[in-house]
Write a protein that binds this ligand. Structure first.
Ligand code: CAA
Length: 694
């Protein structure tokens, strides 16, 4: 018998325990062990009933995702679940931790389920671009009804066991030690003569409109994804078909999804996100500093959003502003944001009050003296930031982490004004900071390892995905974005229009096209930076920002002024093409002697995407990003890159770097100036490798 699963008897209850840390994933060895131990339990004359439980921290959290795409060793999970469902003796699943995916499906193959009250259950497969492939789409609707099953399966969200109690998913909540409670529950079922229960024998009905309505309701949010629609189709089969036919249909859809590029991208993202948390020279056991209080400098949009992250995590935070008016304004915006969430029913008034009580305002640096971390979030200006860090160095207690929320500036230069550069780090939040999941954590030359470890840990505490990057202009995300925006503007000067460029990238899956993003972020931002850098600009290079400059000169700053690359009607965020802008573009092309040409969608896509990839390759080569997967995580969580494409670097690997490199060389021939093939891209292309081989 496999040592991953063991069988023991407790009185007249046989207990089957899975021991496959960390999450008891249902890999080949576990599946075999489950069948072997079931046979052992059924053969044990002293056992009247069987309990199935996970050892360690959880009931199985699903199939072993690393096995996807490889030949499946026998028995497959469906065979295991069928064996449990047709077991000679009643089986009771005992759930703690997270019973997810194949784990919950296994529990649904048991007669009854009990759980610790703080356990969670769910079918998150849709988040990996697949559907529950071990009967979940057939058993769950039969158990809890089609509508409730659709909600769980299509969202992939977990449900607390205490909420699942009574729906049929959980029959009994165990207080105290699970195995003890589960054995007692199993014994009581036998004592009370409770019947066997096979979910596959149940039936479920629902009107066809339920499924059509559900598909319509997710059309926008699930744009470009395959799996949510496959989930709906499969749940519908639970209503329309006999169990065995529904299972065959589920299998067909599962196989289609698991082999799809969308699922490969989403699975890549699952592992890339977890990999990003690992820093090679900062081991897991690096001591971390306690973060029990925080200070934020600047109560503007960024500072306020960052403060909310801390309050949401239960950490008291002091917000500093230079004058009372700005402070009051910042605090009132935070209150308004929370109030909106309360209005939408996503937060209770009580929770809002508790969070607001954790946020205090001050104009006095001395009030930051005891903060464990202080994050400076004022506007981008080196001199101002240096002034602030000089003050922080004076007032903050020894060991406090001093962080800057810069999006471009040199963190080494900022750290150098303090006597403790080892305590200085960059924390680049994305706007709106209380919503966006990404946190670029910028490690400067002298940043101490425990400061890196603490900040990475803090990112999880405040529910962000932290990615460690090195110092360079724009770090990872904005440096790549700069080249992408520049190329989009070159395309417009050469013959495309903003709406064509945006349509191509939006249709491909980006949340927004580059021109719509520039309008959202504010055209004035880049304009100011360009003016500051005008003296040092390489005058031998073309200047593709002429149109953007003229828009800014006319006060067309984007959404905030109702006009930018597009027109925005009062109160609307929908971009409308503007003939005035088209006229301006044609004029600029004419002034520069460019004879405009029709540009294909394919050229637009490749030129924008390969600028991202080429910049990403340089960033990797310079060690600014640790792994290509880190860049993918940054683009997906920070820049609206579609998760089902797996990120720019993963996507380039899927295309093949040889082909990407050849196109980059072609663009260099045709467009020159801004196309310098990254040496790493060339090397990998020559070697027939991908970024993931690094
Ligand atoms: N297969 C393989 N490895 C898995 C895994 C799985 N299903 N779930 C987690 N892991 C690994 C992670 O990669 C990670 O490995 P490293 O330590 O080497 O990085 C380790 O287990 C711990 O995971 P987390 O860091 O994510 O731990 P956590 O405590 O933050 O979260 C969790 C635990 C909620 C279970 C989370 O890991 C998770 O959401 N896992 C995926 C659950 C899932 O999607 N299940 C469905 C699988 S598909 C399926 O079951 C198909 C089917 O129908 C047959």
């Amino acid at each position: 018998m496999s040592e991953l699963v063991s069988y023991q008897r407790n009185g007249s209850v046989g207990v089957i325990t899975i021991e496959n840390p960390p999450v008891n994933a249902l890999g080949a060895g576990v599946r075999k062990g489950l069948v072997d131990c079931l046979a052992k339990g059924n053969a044990d004359a002293e056992a009247a009933v069987l309990v199935l439980i996970g050892g360690g921290r959880t009931f199985p959290a699903g199939a072993d995702i690393t096995e996807f795409g490889k030949p499946m060793a026998e028995p497959d999970l469906n065979a295991v679940i069928t064996a449990y469902e047709s077991s000679g003796k009643m089986v009771v699943a005992a759930i703690h931790g997270t019973a997810l995916g194949g784990g919950l499906e296994l529990a649904l193959g048991c007669d009854y389920r009990c759980a610790s009250s703080n356990a969670n259950v769910g079918l998150p497969e849709v988040k990996l671009g697949i559907l529950p492939g071990a009967g979940g789409t057939q058993r769950l609707p039969r158990l809890i009804g089609a509508e409730a099953a659709l909600k769980m399966i299509v969202s992939g969200d977990m449900v607390k066991a205490s909420d699942a109690h009574g729906t049929g998913i959980v029959d009994h909540i165990v207080d105290g030690e699970l195995v003890v409670g589960a054995v007692a529950f199993a014994q009581s079922l036998i004592d009370e003569g409770k019947p066997r229960r096979r979910i596959s024998d149940m039936t479920v009905t629902a009107p066809a409109e339920l499924f059509e309505g559900f598909a319509k309701s997710i059309a926008r949010s699930a744009r470009g994804f395959k799996a949510p629609f496959a989930c709906i189709e499969s749940v519908r089969a639970a209503v329309d078909m006999a169990f065995d036919d529904g299972m065959a249909n589920e299998r067909r859809l599962f196989v289609e999804c698991v082999g799809s590029p969308e699922s490969k991208g989403q699975r890549h993202m699952f592992f890339a996100e977890r990999e990003a948390a690992k820093i090679p020279d900062v081991p897991k056991d690096t001591p971390t500093r306690d973060i029990a209080s925080a200070g934020i400098i600047g109560a503007g949009t960024m500072g306020g959003g960052i403060a909310m992250n801390f309050a949401n995590a239960g950490i008291p935070v002091t917000l500093l502003e230079v004058n009372q008016e700005a402070l009051d304004k910042g605090l009132s915006i935070i209150a308004k944001n929370y109030a909106n969430t309360v209005k939408k029913g996503r937060l209770s008034q009580d929770a809002m009050d508790k969070r607001m009580a954790l946020i205090s305002g001050t104009q006095d640096y001395a009030d930051l003296a005891n903060a464990d971390i202080v994050i400076e979030a004022v506007f981008e200006g080196m001199e101002l930031k240096k002034e602030i860090f000089t003050k922080l160095d004076e007032v903050c207690k020894p060991g406090a982490i001093l962080a800057t929320n810069t999006s471009t500036l040199d963190v080494n230069e900022i750290a150098a004004v303090t006597k403790r550069p080892e305590d200085v780090i960059g924390t680049h939040f994305f706007s709106p900071a209380n919503v966006m999941k990404l946190l670029e954590i910028v490690r400067a030359e002298k940043t101490a390892k425990d400061v890196v470890a603490t900040t990475m840990k803090l990112s999880r505490t405040i529910r962000k995905v932290g990615v460690l990057v090195g110092v360079c202009d724009g770090f990872v995300g904005n440096r790549m974005l700069h080249d992408y925006f520049r190329e989009a503007q070159c395309l417009v000067e050469e013959g495309a229009l903003p709406q064509q460029v945006d349509r191509v990238l939006y249709d491909w899956g980006f949340a927004m096209g580059p021109f719509a993003v520039m309008d959202l972020a504010g055209i004035d931002v880049g304009w100011r930076i360009r003016k500051e850098q005008a003296a040092t600009r390489d005058k031998n290079l073309p200047y593709p920002s002429t149109v953007a400059d003229r828009l800014a000169e006319q006060g067309r700053f984007g959404q905030k002024t109702g006009k930018g690359w597009y027109l925005y009607e009062e109160g609307s965020r929908t971009p409308k093409p503007d003939p005035e802008v088209e006229k301006m573009i044609l004029q600029v092309s004419g002034e520069k002697g460019i004879s405009r040409r029709a540009i294909s969608d394919e050229e637009i896509f490749k030129r924008c995407m390969y600028q991202l990839v080429n910049a990403g390759a340089n960033i990797l080569d310079e060690g600014i990003a640790l792994r290509s997967g880190d860049i993918d995580v940054i683009y997906i969580y920070g820049y609206g890159f579609p998760v089902y494409r797996g990120g720019p670097m993963f996507h380039a690997d899927q295309i093949g770097l040889k082909s990407v490199y050849e196109d980059v060389c072609k663009f260099k021939e045709a467009q020159g100036a801004f196309w310098k093939p990254a040496p790493l891209l060339k090397r990998l292309a020559d070697e027939g490798k991908g970024f993931s081989d690094l």
